[in-house]
Design a protein around this ligand. Structure first.
Ligand code: 4AD
Ligand code: MG
Length: 477
Protein backbone atom coordinates (compact mmCIF):
# COMPACT_ATOMS: atom_id res chain seq x y z
CA UNK A 1 0.00 0.00 0.00
CA UNK A 2 1.31 3.43 -1.00
CA UNK A 3 1.79 5.93 1.79
CA UNK A 4 0.00 9.25 1.91
CA UNK A 5 1.14 12.63 3.15
CA UNK A 6 -0.24 13.79 6.47
CA UNK A 7 -1.86 16.85 4.92
CA UNK A 8 -3.98 14.75 2.58
CA UNK A 9 -4.94 12.38 5.39
CA UNK A 10 -5.95 15.20 7.72
CA UNK A 11 -7.80 17.23 5.11
CA UNK A 12 -9.25 14.71 2.70
CA UNK A 13 -9.26 11.16 4.00
CA UNK A 14 -12.61 9.71 5.08
CA UNK A 15 -12.97 7.53 8.17
CA UNK A 16 -12.70 4.69 8.72
CA UNK A 17 -10.04 3.79 6.19
CA UNK A 18 -6.69 2.01 5.99
CA UNK A 19 -3.72 4.32 5.77
CA UNK A 20 0.05 4.16 5.60
CA UNK A 21 2.05 7.22 6.69
CA UNK A 22 5.72 8.01 7.04
CA UNK A 23 7.25 10.81 9.01
CA UNK A 24 9.32 11.86 12.00
CA UNK A 25 8.31 11.57 15.61
CA UNK A 26 7.71 14.90 17.30
CA UNK A 27 6.64 13.48 20.65
CA UNK A 28 5.70 10.15 22.16
CA UNK A 29 3.39 10.38 25.18
CA UNK A 30 2.47 7.71 27.69
CA UNK A 31 3.96 4.91 25.58
CA UNK A 32 0.85 5.33 23.47
CA UNK A 33 0.44 8.54 21.49
CA UNK A 34 2.86 9.39 18.72
CA UNK A 35 2.70 12.88 17.22
CA UNK A 36 3.99 12.21 13.71
CA UNK A 37 4.99 15.01 11.34
CA UNK A 38 6.11 14.74 7.73
CA UNK A 39 6.46 18.44 6.95
CA UNK A 40 3.53 18.44 4.53
CA UNK A 41 1.62 20.53 7.07
CA UNK A 42 2.12 22.17 10.40
CA UNK A 43 -0.26 19.66 12.00
CA UNK A 44 0.88 16.36 13.43
CA UNK A 45 -0.97 13.12 12.92
CA UNK A 46 -1.79 11.35 16.15
CA UNK A 47 -0.92 7.65 15.92
CA UNK A 48 -2.12 5.46 18.77
CA UNK A 49 0.02 2.44 19.60
CA UNK A 50 -1.32 -0.74 21.11
CA UNK A 51 1.50 -0.73 23.65
CA UNK A 52 0.33 -3.82 25.53
CA UNK A 53 1.04 -5.91 22.46
CA UNK A 54 4.26 -4.20 21.45
CA UNK A 55 7.72 -5.25 22.55
CA UNK A 56 9.20 -2.76 24.99
CA UNK A 57 12.52 -2.65 23.06
CA UNK A 58 10.56 -1.39 20.08
CA UNK A 59 8.63 1.18 22.14
CA UNK A 60 11.92 2.56 23.42
CA UNK A 61 13.01 3.31 19.89
CA UNK A 62 10.06 5.64 19.30
CA UNK A 63 11.97 8.78 20.17
CA UNK A 64 11.79 12.40 19.06
CA UNK A 65 13.36 12.68 15.59
CA UNK A 66 13.06 8.99 14.66
CA UNK A 67 11.69 8.18 11.19
CA UNK A 68 8.68 5.89 11.26
CA UNK A 69 6.40 4.08 8.87
CA UNK A 70 2.97 3.49 10.33
CA UNK A 71 0.08 1.38 9.09
CA UNK A 72 -3.35 1.42 10.63
CA UNK A 73 -6.95 2.42 10.61
CA UNK A 74 -7.85 6.08 10.39
CA UNK A 75 -10.76 6.77 12.74
CA UNK A 76 -12.56 9.71 14.31
CA UNK A 77 -10.41 10.73 17.24
CA UNK A 78 -11.59 9.72 20.71
CA UNK A 79 -9.57 12.47 22.31
CA UNK A 80 -9.64 16.24 21.98
CA UNK A 81 -7.44 18.36 19.78
CA UNK A 82 -7.63 16.41 16.53
CA UNK A 83 -10.36 15.30 14.12
CA UNK A 84 -8.84 11.96 13.29
CA UNK A 85 -6.18 9.58 14.52
CA UNK A 86 -4.58 6.34 13.40
CA UNK A 87 -5.07 3.14 15.36
CA UNK A 88 -1.72 1.60 14.59
CA UNK A 89 -1.75 -2.05 13.55
CA UNK A 90 1.84 -2.20 12.36
CA UNK A 91 4.81 0.11 12.49
CA UNK A 92 8.43 0.10 11.52
CA UNK A 93 11.30 2.26 12.77
CA UNK A 94 12.91 3.43 9.54
CA UNK A 95 15.65 5.40 11.25
CA UNK A 96 16.50 5.69 14.93
CA UNK A 97 17.26 8.98 16.62
CA UNK A 98 19.30 8.88 19.80
CA UNK A 99 17.47 11.13 22.29
CA UNK A 100 20.76 11.92 24.06
CA UNK A 101 22.23 13.34 20.88
CA UNK A 102 19.33 14.72 18.83
CA UNK A 103 19.55 18.53 19.09
CA UNK A 104 15.92 19.38 18.28
CA UNK A 105 14.07 18.54 21.48
CA UNK A 106 10.38 19.25 21.95
CA UNK A 107 11.01 22.55 23.72
CA UNK A 108 11.73 26.15 22.75
CA UNK A 109 15.10 26.67 21.08
CA UNK A 110 16.58 30.08 20.30
CA UNK A 111 16.90 31.09 16.64
CA UNK A 112 20.66 31.46 17.16
CA UNK A 113 20.89 27.85 18.28
CA UNK A 114 18.72 26.70 15.40
CA UNK A 115 20.85 28.63 12.88
CA UNK A 116 23.79 26.49 13.96
CA UNK A 117 21.60 23.47 13.26
CA UNK A 118 20.14 24.77 10.00
CA UNK A 119 20.11 21.23 8.60
CA UNK A 120 17.66 20.14 11.32
CA UNK A 121 15.78 23.35 12.11
CA UNK A 122 13.25 22.62 9.34
CA UNK A 123 11.86 19.99 11.71
CA UNK A 124 10.53 22.68 14.03
CA UNK A 125 7.07 24.21 13.68
CA UNK A 126 8.40 27.70 13.04
CA UNK A 127 10.87 26.77 10.31
CA UNK A 128 8.43 24.32 8.75
CA UNK A 129 5.89 27.15 8.49
CA UNK A 130 8.44 29.67 7.20
CA UNK A 131 9.81 27.33 4.54
CA UNK A 132 6.38 26.18 3.36
CA UNK A 133 5.45 29.85 2.98
CA UNK A 134 8.72 30.54 1.18
CA UNK A 135 7.84 27.81 -1.29
CA UNK A 136 4.30 29.17 -1.64
CA UNK A 137 5.61 32.69 -2.24
CA UNK A 138 7.96 31.46 -4.93
CA UNK A 139 5.11 29.65 -6.68
CA UNK A 140 2.94 32.75 -6.35
CA UNK A 141 5.61 34.89 -8.03
CA UNK A 142 5.58 32.62 -11.06
CA UNK A 143 1.78 32.47 -11.00
CA UNK A 144 1.48 36.26 -11.09
CA UNK A 145 3.83 36.72 -14.01
CA UNK A 146 2.41 33.78 -15.88
CA UNK A 147 -1.13 35.15 -15.53
CA UNK A 148 0.04 38.56 -16.71
CA UNK A 149 1.76 37.57 -19.93
CA UNK A 150 5.40 37.62 -18.77
CA UNK A 151 8.06 35.21 -20.01
CA UNK A 152 10.45 33.69 -17.50
CA UNK A 153 14.09 34.27 -18.39
CA UNK A 154 17.02 32.42 -16.83
CA UNK A 155 19.69 35.09 -16.70
CA UNK A 156 23.30 33.94 -16.28
CA UNK A 157 24.82 33.53 -12.83
CA UNK A 158 28.41 33.92 -13.99
CA UNK A 159 28.86 37.30 -15.57
CA UNK A 160 31.53 39.23 -17.43
CA UNK A 161 29.86 42.57 -16.72
CA UNK A 162 29.26 44.39 -13.45
CA UNK A 163 25.67 45.57 -13.75
CA UNK A 164 25.53 47.92 -10.81
CA UNK A 165 29.04 49.31 -11.17
CA UNK A 166 29.66 48.67 -7.48
CA UNK A 167 32.72 46.89 -6.12
CA UNK A 168 30.77 44.14 -4.41
CA UNK A 169 31.59 41.20 -6.62
CA UNK A 170 32.64 37.64 -5.89
CA UNK A 171 35.29 36.52 -8.32
CA UNK A 172 34.84 33.32 -10.33
CA UNK A 173 38.22 31.96 -11.27
CA UNK A 174 40.08 28.77 -12.11
CA UNK A 175 43.51 30.30 -11.65
CA UNK A 176 45.79 28.86 -9.00
CA UNK A 177 45.64 31.41 -6.16
CA UNK A 178 49.21 30.51 -5.13
CA UNK A 179 50.82 31.17 -8.51
CA UNK A 180 48.50 32.93 -10.98
CA UNK A 181 49.91 33.95 -14.38
CA UNK A 182 51.29 37.48 -14.15
CA UNK A 183 51.42 40.11 -16.90
CA UNK A 184 54.45 42.31 -17.56
CA UNK A 185 52.83 45.12 -15.55
CA UNK A 186 52.65 42.86 -12.51
CA UNK A 187 48.87 42.35 -12.71
CA UNK A 188 47.22 38.92 -12.79
CA UNK A 189 46.71 37.79 -16.40
CA UNK A 190 43.03 36.92 -16.51
CA UNK A 191 43.23 36.21 -20.24
CA UNK A 192 44.65 32.85 -19.09
CA UNK A 193 41.61 32.23 -16.88
CA UNK A 194 38.75 29.89 -17.75
CA UNK A 195 36.68 32.42 -19.68
CA UNK A 196 39.66 34.37 -21.03
CA UNK A 197 38.65 37.37 -18.92
CA UNK A 198 37.71 38.36 -15.40
CA UNK A 199 34.35 36.94 -14.35
CA UNK A 200 32.16 37.24 -11.28
CA UNK A 201 28.94 36.00 -9.74
CA UNK A 202 26.09 38.23 -10.82
CA UNK A 203 24.71 40.98 -8.57
CA UNK A 204 21.58 41.31 -10.71
CA UNK A 205 20.02 39.86 -13.85
CA UNK A 206 18.75 43.26 -14.94
CA UNK A 207 20.99 44.11 -17.87
CA UNK A 208 20.40 40.71 -19.46
CA UNK A 209 16.67 41.01 -18.70
CA UNK A 210 16.63 44.33 -20.56
CA UNK A 211 17.87 42.58 -23.70
CA UNK A 212 14.99 40.11 -23.49
CA UNK A 213 12.41 42.80 -22.71
CA UNK A 214 13.56 44.57 -25.88
CA UNK A 215 12.54 41.49 -27.85
CA UNK A 216 9.78 39.75 -25.88
CA UNK A 217 8.26 42.86 -24.24
CA UNK A 218 7.46 41.41 -20.80
CA UNK A 219 10.00 39.20 -19.03
CA UNK A 220 11.18 38.43 -15.53
CA UNK A 221 14.09 36.69 -13.89
CA UNK A 222 14.00 35.02 -10.48
CA UNK A 223 17.36 33.73 -9.47
CA UNK A 224 20.24 33.86 -7.02
CA UNK A 225 22.32 37.04 -6.82
CA UNK A 226 25.54 37.62 -4.92
CA UNK A 227 26.96 40.64 -3.15
CA UNK A 228 30.24 40.76 -1.30
CA UNK A 229 29.20 43.81 0.68
CA UNK A 230 30.25 43.56 4.29
CA UNK A 231 26.83 44.45 5.73
CA UNK A 232 26.33 42.32 8.78
CA UNK A 233 22.69 43.30 9.30
CA UNK A 234 19.44 41.41 9.81
CA UNK A 235 18.41 42.41 6.28
CA UNK A 236 21.47 41.57 4.15
CA UNK A 237 22.72 38.30 2.73
CA UNK A 238 25.74 37.66 0.54
CA UNK A 239 23.61 35.23 -1.50
CA UNK A 240 19.97 36.12 -1.97
CA UNK A 241 17.23 35.57 -4.53
CA UNK A 242 15.93 38.42 -6.60
CA UNK A 243 12.79 38.80 -8.69
CA UNK A 244 13.36 41.18 -11.60
CA UNK A 245 10.61 41.99 -14.10
CA UNK A 246 11.55 44.13 -17.10
CA UNK A 247 8.95 45.60 -19.45
CA UNK A 248 9.25 47.39 -22.79
CA UNK A 249 7.07 50.43 -23.49
CA UNK A 250 6.45 50.96 -19.76
CA UNK A 251 7.42 54.15 -17.91
CA UNK A 252 8.14 54.76 -14.23
CA UNK A 253 4.47 55.22 -13.30
CA UNK A 254 3.68 51.89 -14.95
CA UNK A 255 6.59 50.36 -13.05
CA UNK A 256 5.15 51.53 -9.73
CA UNK A 257 1.70 50.20 -10.66
CA UNK A 258 3.21 46.85 -11.59
CA UNK A 259 5.20 46.53 -8.35
CA UNK A 260 2.24 47.49 -6.19
CA UNK A 261 -0.16 45.17 -8.01
CA UNK A 262 2.39 42.34 -7.82
CA UNK A 263 2.97 42.71 -4.08
CA UNK A 264 -0.77 42.88 -3.36
CA UNK A 265 -1.47 39.80 -5.46
CA UNK A 266 1.21 37.76 -3.69
CA UNK A 267 0.20 38.78 -0.16
CA UNK A 268 -3.46 38.22 -0.92
CA UNK A 269 -2.60 34.78 -2.27
CA UNK A 270 -0.85 33.94 1.02
CA UNK A 271 -3.78 35.21 3.11
CA UNK A 272 -6.27 33.26 1.02
CA UNK A 273 -4.42 30.00 0.52
CA UNK A 274 -1.89 29.66 3.32
CA UNK A 275 -3.81 30.76 6.39
CA UNK A 276 -2.73 27.87 8.60
CA UNK A 277 1.01 28.58 8.57
CA UNK A 278 0.34 32.32 8.79
CA UNK A 279 -1.90 31.82 11.83
CA UNK A 280 0.83 29.84 13.54
CA UNK A 281 3.45 32.53 12.89
CA UNK A 282 1.02 35.24 13.94
CA UNK A 283 0.50 33.48 17.25
CA UNK A 284 4.25 33.08 17.69
CA UNK A 285 4.65 36.85 17.32
CA UNK A 286 1.81 37.55 19.77
CA UNK A 287 3.55 35.34 22.33
CA UNK A 288 6.91 36.98 21.63
CA UNK A 289 5.33 40.43 22.05
CA UNK A 290 4.20 39.61 25.56
CA UNK A 291 7.77 39.66 26.77
CA UNK A 292 8.40 43.10 25.25
CA UNK A 293 7.80 46.53 26.77
CA UNK A 294 4.46 48.07 25.74
CA UNK A 295 5.88 50.61 23.28
CA UNK A 296 7.81 47.97 21.31
CA UNK A 297 4.75 45.82 20.74
CA UNK A 298 3.14 45.49 17.33
CA UNK A 299 0.03 47.55 16.71
CA UNK A 300 -1.22 45.06 14.14
CA UNK A 301 -1.11 41.28 14.05
CA UNK A 302 0.74 39.60 11.20
CA UNK A 303 -2.36 38.94 9.10
CA UNK A 304 -3.73 42.41 9.80
CA UNK A 305 -0.46 43.83 8.52
CA UNK A 306 -0.61 41.77 5.32
CA UNK A 307 -4.28 42.64 4.84
CA UNK A 308 -3.47 46.30 5.35
CA UNK A 309 -0.94 46.21 2.49
CA UNK A 310 -3.46 44.43 0.26
CA UNK A 311 -6.25 46.93 1.02
CA UNK A 312 -4.47 50.28 0.97
CA UNK A 313 -2.72 52.36 -1.66
CA UNK A 314 1.01 52.75 -1.27
CA UNK A 315 2.01 56.37 -0.66
CA UNK A 316 3.95 57.77 -3.62
CA UNK A 317 6.21 60.76 -3.15
CA UNK A 318 9.37 62.18 -4.62
CA UNK A 319 12.77 62.01 -2.96
CA UNK A 320 12.66 65.82 -2.69
CA UNK A 321 9.36 65.72 -0.78
CA UNK A 322 10.73 62.98 1.47
CA UNK A 323 13.80 65.06 2.31
CA UNK A 324 11.55 67.96 3.33
CA UNK A 325 9.55 65.70 5.63
CA UNK A 326 12.69 64.19 7.13
CA UNK A 327 14.40 67.54 7.57
CA UNK A 328 11.46 68.83 9.59
CA UNK A 329 10.88 65.60 11.48
CA UNK A 330 11.14 65.34 15.25
CA UNK A 331 14.05 62.87 15.31
CA UNK A 332 16.01 65.08 12.92
CA UNK A 333 15.41 68.19 15.02
CA UNK A 334 16.19 66.32 18.22
CA UNK A 335 19.31 64.94 16.50
CA UNK A 336 18.30 61.38 17.24
CA UNK A 337 18.98 60.14 13.69
CA UNK A 338 22.43 58.59 13.47
CA UNK A 339 22.73 60.26 10.07
CA UNK A 340 21.11 63.71 10.32
CA UNK A 341 19.37 65.03 7.20
CA UNK A 342 20.66 68.50 6.43
CA UNK A 343 20.79 68.76 2.69
CA UNK A 344 19.20 67.54 -0.50
CA UNK A 345 21.27 64.86 -2.21
CA UNK A 346 22.16 62.56 0.68
CA UNK A 347 21.43 58.86 0.44
CA UNK A 348 18.64 57.71 2.74
CA UNK A 349 19.59 55.31 5.51
CA UNK A 350 17.24 52.67 6.79
CA UNK A 351 16.43 54.80 9.88
CA UNK A 352 15.04 57.45 7.50
CA UNK A 353 13.16 54.95 5.40
CA UNK A 354 11.63 53.41 8.48
CA UNK A 355 10.65 56.81 9.87
CA UNK A 356 8.73 57.61 6.68
CA UNK A 357 6.99 54.25 6.57
CA UNK A 358 6.43 53.42 10.21
CA UNK A 359 5.95 56.83 11.78
CA UNK A 360 4.99 59.40 9.18
CA UNK A 361 2.80 57.63 6.62
CA UNK A 362 2.14 54.25 8.21
CA UNK A 363 1.71 52.72 4.76
CA UNK A 364 4.19 51.23 2.31
CA UNK A 365 5.88 54.12 0.52
CA UNK A 366 7.17 54.45 -3.04
CA UNK A 367 9.90 57.06 -3.29
CA UNK A 368 10.83 58.24 -6.78
CA UNK A 369 13.02 60.72 -8.66
CA UNK A 370 16.22 60.30 -6.67
CA UNK A 371 19.37 62.38 -7.19
CA UNK A 372 21.28 60.94 -10.16
CA UNK A 373 24.54 60.85 -8.27
CA UNK A 374 23.37 58.30 -5.69
CA UNK A 375 21.81 55.92 -8.23
CA UNK A 376 23.04 53.53 -10.94
CA UNK A 377 24.19 54.71 -14.39
CA UNK A 378 21.34 53.11 -16.33
CA UNK A 379 18.52 55.11 -14.78
CA UNK A 380 16.63 57.59 -17.01
CA UNK A 381 17.79 61.15 -16.45
CA UNK A 382 14.97 63.63 -15.82
CA UNK A 383 14.71 66.95 -17.64
CA UNK A 384 16.01 68.74 -14.52
CA UNK A 385 19.36 67.00 -15.31
CA UNK A 386 19.89 66.21 -11.61
CA UNK A 387 17.35 63.51 -10.77
CA UNK A 388 16.68 60.10 -12.28
CA UNK A 389 13.51 58.07 -12.71
CA UNK A 390 14.31 55.68 -9.90
CA UNK A 391 11.88 54.20 -7.42
CA UNK A 392 12.34 52.38 -4.14
CA UNK A 393 9.49 50.71 -2.30
CA UNK A 394 9.80 50.88 1.47
CA UNK A 395 8.00 48.51 3.82
CA UNK A 396 7.42 48.62 7.57
CA UNK A 397 9.97 46.61 9.54
CA UNK A 398 11.96 45.95 6.36
CA UNK A 399 12.97 49.24 4.80
CA UNK A 400 13.80 48.80 1.11
CA UNK A 401 11.81 45.96 -0.41
CA UNK A 402 12.07 46.98 -4.07
CA UNK A 403 14.55 49.00 -6.10
CA UNK A 404 13.83 49.86 -9.72
CA UNK A 405 13.76 52.49 -12.42
CA UNK A 406 12.85 53.59 -15.89
CA UNK A 407 15.97 52.88 -17.96
CA UNK A 408 17.92 55.43 -19.95
CA UNK A 409 16.83 54.69 -23.52
CA UNK A 410 18.77 57.55 -25.25
CA UNK A 411 22.09 56.40 -26.69
CA UNK A 412 23.91 59.71 -26.35
CA UNK A 413 22.87 60.30 -22.74
CA UNK A 414 23.82 56.76 -21.75
CA UNK A 415 27.19 56.95 -23.54
CA UNK A 416 27.99 60.18 -21.71
CA UNK A 417 27.05 58.65 -18.37
CA UNK A 418 29.23 55.59 -18.96
CA UNK A 419 32.13 57.76 -19.99
CA UNK A 420 31.80 60.06 -16.99
CA UNK A 421 31.86 57.05 -14.67
CA UNK A 422 34.92 55.60 -16.39
CA UNK A 423 33.20 52.32 -17.28
CA UNK A 424 34.95 50.81 -20.34
CA UNK A 425 32.45 51.21 -23.17
CA UNK A 426 33.52 48.00 -24.92
CA UNK A 427 32.23 46.04 -21.89
CA UNK A 428 28.76 47.47 -22.43
CA UNK A 429 28.57 47.62 -26.21
CA UNK A 430 25.95 44.89 -26.27
CA UNK A 431 23.89 46.91 -23.77
CA UNK A 432 24.28 50.06 -25.84
CA UNK A 433 23.11 48.15 -28.93
CA UNK A 434 19.63 48.09 -27.38
CA UNK A 435 19.73 51.88 -27.74
CA UNK A 436 21.16 51.71 -31.26
CA UNK A 437 18.59 49.32 -32.70
CA UNK A 438 14.95 49.97 -31.92
CA UNK A 439 15.31 51.70 -28.61
CA UNK A 440 12.17 52.39 -26.56
CA UNK A 441 11.04 53.42 -23.11
CA UNK A 442 11.37 50.48 -20.73
CA UNK A 443 11.40 49.89 -17.00
CA UNK A 444 11.81 47.24 -14.36
CA UNK A 445 12.56 46.57 -10.74
CA UNK A 446 14.24 44.14 -8.41
CA UNK A 447 12.57 42.69 -5.36
CA UNK A 448 14.65 40.91 -2.74
CA UNK A 449 12.81 37.62 -2.27
CA UNK A 450 14.04 37.06 1.29
CA UNK A 451 12.78 40.48 2.34
CA UNK A 452 9.37 39.48 1.00
CA UNK A 453 9.57 36.23 2.98
CA UNK A 454 10.54 38.23 6.08
CA UNK A 455 7.57 40.54 5.72
CA UNK A 456 5.13 37.70 5.05
CA UNK A 457 6.27 35.51 7.93
CA UNK A 458 7.09 38.26 10.43
CA UNK A 459 10.58 36.82 10.94
CA UNK A 460 12.98 39.56 12.00
CA UNK A 461 16.30 38.12 10.79
CA UNK A 462 16.91 37.41 7.10
CA UNK A 463 19.08 34.43 8.10
CA UNK A 464 15.92 32.69 9.24
CA UNK A 465 14.02 32.85 5.96
CA UNK A 466 16.56 31.22 3.61
CA UNK A 467 17.54 27.55 4.03
CA UNK A 468 21.30 28.05 4.39
CA UNK A 469 22.26 31.71 4.85
CA UNK A 470 25.53 33.04 3.46
CA UNK A 471 26.78 36.07 5.36
CA UNK A 472 30.24 37.53 6.05
CA UNK A 473 32.27 34.84 7.80
CA UNK A 474 29.62 32.16 7.37
CA UNK A 475 29.08 29.63 4.58
CA UNK A 476 28.36 26.52 6.65
CA UNK A 477 26.44 23.58 5.17
O1 4AD B 1 18.18 47.95 -5.21
P1 4AD B 1 18.96 46.83 -5.81
O2 4AD B 1 20.42 46.82 -5.64
O3 4AD B 1 18.55 46.86 -7.36
C1 4AD B 1 19.10 46.14 -8.35
O4 4AD B 1 19.90 45.25 -8.23
C2 4AD B 1 18.47 46.44 -9.69
N1 4AD B 1 19.34 45.90 -10.75
C3 4AD B 1 17.09 45.86 -9.75
C4 4AD B 1 16.36 46.11 -11.05
O5 4AD B 1 16.01 47.25 -11.31
N2 4AD B 1 16.13 45.08 -11.84
O6 4AD B 1 18.38 45.46 -5.27
C5 4AD B 1 17.01 45.14 -5.43
C6 4AD B 1 16.45 44.58 -4.14
C7 4AD B 1 16.52 45.52 -2.95
O7 4AD B 1 15.44 46.41 -2.97
C8 4AD B 1 16.44 44.55 -1.78
O8 4AD B 1 15.09 44.12 -1.56
C9 4AD B 1 17.20 43.36 -2.30
O9 4AD B 1 17.22 43.45 -3.71
N3 4AD B 1 18.58 43.33 -1.81
C10 4AD B 1 19.04 42.47 -0.89
N4 4AD B 1 18.43 41.49 -0.21
C11 4AD B 1 19.17 40.78 0.66
N5 4AD B 1 20.49 40.96 0.88
C12 4AD B 1 21.15 41.93 0.20
N6 4AD B 1 22.47 42.09 0.40
C13 4AD B 1 20.43 42.73 -0.72
N7 4AD B 1 20.75 43.74 -1.55
C14 4AD B 1 19.63 44.09 -2.19
MG1 MG C 1 18.49 49.58 -3.99
Amino acid sequence: MKHQTIVTILDDQLTPSDVVVKGWVRTFRGNRFIALNDGSTLRNLQCVIDFENTKSELLKRITTGAALSVKGLLVESQGQGQRVEVQVSQFEILGDSDPELYPIQPKKHSFEFLREHAHLRIRTNTFGAVMRLRSALSFSVHKYFNQNGFFHLHSPIITGSDAEGAGELFRVSQLDPKSPPIQENGQVDFSKDFFGKETHLTVSGQLEAETYAMAMSKVYTFGPTFRAENSNTARHLAEFWMIEPEVAFMDLAGNMDLAEDFLKFILNDMLTNHAEDLAFLEDRLIQEDKSKPERERQTMTLTEKLQFVVDNNFTRLSYTEAIEILKNSKPNKKKSFKYPIDEWGVDLQSEHERYLVEKHFQTPVILFDYPAKIKAFYMRLNDDQTTVRAMDILFPGIGEMVGGSQREERLDVLEQKIKALGIPQEDLNWYLDLRRFGTAVHSGFGLGFERLVMFTTGMSNIRDVIPFPRTPGNADF
